[in-house]
Design a protein around this ligand. Sequence first.
Ligand SMILES: Cc1cc2nc3c(=O)[nH]c(=O)nc-3n(C[C@H](O)[C@H](O)[C@H](O)COP(=O)(O)O)c2cc1C
Length: 197
Amino acid sequence: MRIVAAHVPPHTTGSGKIGAATRARLGPARLEVDIVVRVLVAYATKMGSNREIAEAIAAVLREHDLEADVRSVRDVRTPDGWDAVVLGSALYAAHWQRDANRFVARNREALAARRVWVFSSGPLDRSLADADLPITPNAAEILAGVPYEGHRTFGGLLRPDAEDVDPQILRTHAVGDFRDWTSIRSWAAAIANALSA
Ligand SMILES: Cc1cc2nc3c(=O)[nH]c(=O)nc-3n(C[C@H](O)[C@H](O)[C@H](O)COP(=O)(O)O)c2cc1C
């Protein structure tokens, strides 16, 4: 974001003030200040796919000249140092991951003081992934008191060889990659536009 203001440097006179005649002779100098908006894209993941969504969001923010850092919620004590936060968690049994819950619990006030967007990822079914399901009751409860500006539910990823997943689940759940990069990128672009306005 660039702010341009008419400005006459104070060193043009001893006192820092100048008269109208001098001002007319100098003309207004232009002071250009780049304000860097720093965005934390924080994710909670068990198997890694939500991190890749966070990375895709950050890449779009950077394309829009915002500074974006991708961090696991486990690695960020507070969002101090960032102006805005995009926070997302993978869903398991309709719940956000415990790490995401803890991140919000320890930062409720800090989040309320920033612009915040949130996302969930999970649905392993094309039509559900496309439906942008509403935030789950559990995630809504976690975020109580945090005035986030938008929430999206993106499709998820389950690999057929996923470790730490009960083989019975792999047999009974759809496996595959249901992440829609176009919709993830366009949501990120909307955030970038909102932050640049
Ligand atoms: C045991 C299990 C339970 C899941 N429960 C849900 C669920 O309730 N809702 C949902 O949308 N996705 C659910 N999923 C799908 C995951 O959210 C999806 O695989 C997601 O992309 C995983 O993200 P991660 O790789 O970042 O951990 C579940 C997956 C597993 C293995």
